[in-house]
Design a protein around this ligand. Structure first.
Ligand SMILES: Cc1cc2nc3c(=O)[nH]c(=O)nc-3n(C[C@H](O)[C@H](O)[C@H](O)COP(=O)(O)OP(=O)(O)OC[C@H]3O[C@@H](n4cnc5c(N)ncnc54)[C@H](O)[C@@H]3O)c2cc1C
Length: 461
């Protein structure tokens, strides 16, 4: 048996598998589904096209084919991942239909329990279980007599036909589904609790995401994106939307051109927050009302690691686990949560390539040092993620810098364990507790509101 277990064969897991192979590290690769591709095979709706462009979404080591359009479809994304796995001979190493339900410490090793009851022990575990699968539902006062789905359950426009549809949310899935409803349903309304920066998919014919360039300083970049958006579309109030109350790029970007088009054609009607629902009638905070047959919750996802129930992973009040650089828990050695937290405001591929390359270089180092990689990086001044939105360029630069200094890490491990430095870490610890509003260590990941119907109790914030 090999000493590394890699869990998940989606975009992240495949990128990680490539990096492990490149470093000639042997590993067992597990996937709970019968085929690879994760979200791009099982998660997304049939009609989805990426919002990041092919250029910014490809793995660094494997560009998408030149025949692909700027915004490939879900089918093309899946074909790309299949082709990546074939090219680098990753598929033959994947054990499909292998669902890991528990991972618990076993000394400095890990014991994995599979859904069939089998157990296996590994020295290292890398979890790439994704973060678009555990739906978040809104809390809404009242009760709704119609049908409720989450954007995750939306597969094709059939479900929209002959219905009055209300979509909740301001992210990419919510806007995409509101657009589909504008084309296929009786009526399409959307409730957005606050204003969002909605970035057109292309500006001057160039995919908008490609305006994000590593050489532009962040404040200038924000100003540039903000000006381009306002130049292209004007004020959001013109479309009946609220103006955003945050700086562009502070949240995961919402990228959509057709949404604004259908708003201007009256095919999508925007609303503010929902006040309550009774029967089929939704009342919004401004007193307006809408009768709906179908409610689509485009309200996002929880970051969940159900197989880690027995661990003391701390979560911030925003539900983000305390992982240094979004990868390494401080308390545990030999455990890496890869790609399950953090969303790059960019395409996934380049960030996965950079992070996977770093992780593969660090695994042998972890064997040589006493501190966990998370604790070592914490003592070196690195932080847990404050928000799920990741700046892709900072992440890639940091991965490159840390990758270059792997040779020094055993020395730093010795220095940073010296007792006279303890006070410094206490100070940083308190700082982080305050900043992240971290509760006392908790055993389980936060209780999530998984049942749609239980959503209709409190007010929807
Ligand atoms: C509607 C939509 C549009 C998107 N658009 C874009 C875009 O334009 N650009 C972009 O870059 N990204 C986009 N994304 C994000 C997308 O999720 C990522 O591109 C990518 O799929 C993330 O890959 P992943 O491997 O981290 O997660 P996933 O694709 O979810 O893969 C996780 C894998 O882990 C497996 N797994 C989970 N738990 C276990 C377990 N216990 N045991 C064994 N296996 C397990 C799952 O079966 C799955 O195969 C979009 C997402 C959605 C939902």
């Amino acid at each position: 048996m090999k000493s590394i277990a890699l869990i998940g064969a989606g975009f992240s897991g495949l990128g990680m598998a490539y990096a492990l192979k490149k470093e000639i590290l042997e590993f067992d690769h597990y996937e709970k589904n019968p085929a690879l591709g994760g979200n791009w095979r099982y998660g997304v709706y049939e009609t989805v096209h990426i919002i990041s462009s092919k250029k910014t979404t490809s793995f660094q080591e494997y560009p998408m084919p030149s025949s692909y359009p700027d915004f490939p479809s879900s089918g093309q994304m899946l074909a790309y991942l299949e082709s990546y796995a074939d090219t680098f001979h990753l598929k033959e190493n994947i054990q499909f239909d292998s669902d890991i339900i528990d991972i618990s410490p076993h000394g400095e090793r890990w014991i994995l329990t599979f859904s069939g009851g089998e157990k296996k022990i590994y020295e290292f575990v890398i979890i790439a279980n994704g973060h678009h699968w555990d739906p978040k539902y809104p809390d809404i006062k009242g009760s709704f007599d119609g049908e409720i789905i989450h954007s995750k359950d939306y597969k094709n426009p059939e479900i929209l036909k002959n219905k009055r549809v209300l979509v909740i949310g301001g992210g990419n899935s919510a806007l995409d589904i509101a657009v589909e409803a504008a084309r296929f349903s009786i009526s399409s309304h959307i409730s957005m609790k606050s204003g969002r920066w909605i970035i057109p998919k292309s500006i001057f014919g160039i995919p908008s995401i490609e305006f994000l360039q590593p050489w532009i300083p962040d404040p200038l970049l924000r100003q540039l994106v903000q000006n381009l958006v306002l130049l292209e579309i004007g004020s959001f109030e013109k479309y009946g939307l609220q103006n955003p109350d945050y700086t562009v790029l502070d949240k995961h970007p919402t990228i959509n051109s057709l949404f604004l088009y259908y708003l201007q054609h009256g095919r999508i009607v925007p609303h503010k927050n929902i006040e309550s629902v009774r029967g089929n009638t939704f009342t919004f905070v401004d007193g307006s009302q809408y009768e709906a047959d179908l409610l689509v919750c485009g309200t996002g996802f929880h970051m969940s690691f159900p197989m880690l129930q027995s661990l003391d992973l701390r979560y911030s009040s925003r539900g983000i686990p305390e992982l240094i650089n979004g990868l390494f828990p401080r308390k545990y050695k030999n455990l890496i949560l890869f790609g399950g937290v953090g969303q790059p405001r960019y395409g996934a591929g380049p960030v996965i390539s950079a992070a996977a390359g770093l992780v593969a270089k660090l695994l042998p180092i972890q064997k040589e040092i006493q501190l966990s990689l998370g604790e070592l990086f914490f003592r070196m001044g690195q932080n847990p993620l404050e928000s799920e939105v990741i700046d892709p360029f900072t992440t890639m630069r940091r991965a490159e810098a840390l990758g270059k200094m792997t040779g020094f890490l055993p020395f730093l491990d010795q220095v940073l364990r010296m007792p006279f430095l303890e006070g410094l870490y206490k100070h940083r610890e308190n700082d982080i507790m305050k900043k992240f509003n971290l509760p006392a260590p908790q055993k389980n990941y936060p209780e999530t509101n998984r049942k749609a119907n239980s959503a209709f109790t409190n007010s929807y914030k």
